[in-house]
Design a protein around this ligand. Structure first.
Ligand code: TRH
Length: 383
């Protein structure tokens, strides 16, 4: 078997934080769980710094958490290819690097890490090869997924233990660090990470009109202008707060990935978006509402329906409907009810929804861990 110890991961930051968020989580996992030598090539270190402030935005090369982080500049300075090369989400590799890969014998294993989806076609596409038209190279498509016949999900082996310790002992200090009191007995504490969303004002209205206090914690980001408009203030920044009826809103600074995890563990309901935060919210064992990354022709509705079907399988009808109703409305999907009815239904089923969320990580684990599966895939291909 060839030495598989060197891995290169290429990440082109398109928009938002999912591409770099996933590439960074993967790089950290390959180093800490498998002891591999990983270089992470990133074309936008500023975006990277947003989710991991220890990153220096102007360094050509830096070592962080055991990962060698390299600035992916254009033109690309030649580097000897690693044994395994991952292009994240179909980012095209630099031509000069690709040519160097083609000159190696045997050639590196070339893997395209795809976006996550719960759709049924994923398993059939996972692992498929695509030969390069000119060079003696084959690219393999590696699909993360929710079932054992896919590439599985990113998760650290000790996540459940760390989460349990935090829930038992770490929450009071966490709230203090954020400058907040611990939640009162009848309060629902919600985290909100979202794209601009036409359903937001109705949801805020429902919370404000409710009989029980709701505290909504919002890391700075795309949804802030909508919140400011709803509160009728000119703008909002980290540290700002607002109140209407039963609803309190607090704007938080965007935090590093590990701290954001703790926010998900600490809240009673998490609104998440895209890919990585959605998976983290599921591992958090708390109720979640997912906003899929909006795509042309509403293609994200298929993704939403597929995850909903997977997530609600086995729930009683009322509970499944309460979860689906809110997710569908939040994603702009055709819906039989408006927000006040959907929110009331969610509240009525809150206990079984919470029980389901607590049990969910065990079911989720059956998909397997993405880092293990990737390493196993590489070992099998390079045998
Ligand atoms: O930022 P996103 O909307 O990323 C999206 C999706 O990944 C989408 O699939 C992709 O096509 C598009 O980018 C280009 O949502 P996501 O995937 O949840 O990534 C957010 C990352 O930011 C995640 O790693 C968690 C992290 N995060 C923090 O580190 N701190 C924070 O305070 C918050 C709110 C998020």
């Amino acid at each position: 078997m060839r030495a598989l110890r060197t891995w290169d991961i290429f990440c082109n930051v398109v928009d938002n934080y999912g591409d770099i968020g996933i590439a960074w989580r993967l790089a950290r996992g390959l180093v800490s769980e498998h002891g591999l030598a990983v270089r992470l090539w990133v074309d936008d270190l500023r975006a990277f710094r947003h989710i991991w402030p220890a990153i220096a935005a102007d360094a050509d090369r830096q070592i962080c958490e055991g990962v060698t982080v390299c600035a992916w500049r254009t033109p690309f300075a030649i580097a000897e290819p690693a044994a395994v090369v991952i292009e994240a989400f179909g980012c095209a590799l630099p031509e000069i690097y690709l040519a160097a890969m083609g000159e190696q014998s045997p050639p590196p294993l070339w893997i395209n890490l795809e976006y996550l989806s719960a759709e049924s076609w994923v398993a059939g596409h996972h692992g498929l090869p695509s030969p390069h038209p000119r060079l003696p190279l084959t690219k393999f498509f590696f699909f993360p997924g929710y079932t054992p016949d896919t590439g599985g999900l990113l998760v650290e082996p000790d996540l459940a233990r760390r989460r349990a310790t935090f829930v038992q002992r770490g929450m009071p200090a966490f709230w203090r660090e954020l400058g907040l009191d611990a939640p009162s007995a009848d309060e629902l504490r919600v985290s909100l990470f979202a794209y601009e969303n036409p359903a937001l004002p109705d949801l805020l209205d429902a919370w404000a009109a409710g009989p029980h206090p709701v505290t909504c914690l919002v890391p700075e980001g795309r949804v802030i202008p909508q919140l400011a408009a709803w509160l009728a203030v000119p703008g909002l920044r980290a540290g700002d707060a607002g109140r209407r009826g039963a609803l309190r809103i607090h704007v938080l600074p965007f935090m590093n990935q590990d701290r954001y995890d703790r926010l998900l563990w600490a809240c009673g309901l998490n609104f998440v978006r895209g890919e990585d935060s959605c998976v983290r919210a599921q591992w958090a064992a708390r109720p979640l509402v997912w906003q899929a990354y909006p795509q042309a022709d509403d293609a994200h509705w298929n993704k939403t329906s597929a995850l909903l079907m997977h997530y609600t399988a086995g729930l009683d009808t009322a509970t499944a409907d309460a979860v689906s109703g809110l997710w569908r409305l939040w994603n702009g999907m055709p819906s039989a009810h408006r927000m006040p009815v959907c929110w009331a239904a969610w509240r009525a089923c809150q206990d079984p929804i919470e029980r389901h969320a607590r049990a969910w990580p065990e079911r989720l684990a059956s998909a397997g861990r993405l880092t293990d599966k990737l390493v196993e895939f590489a070992e099998n291909k390079l045998k």
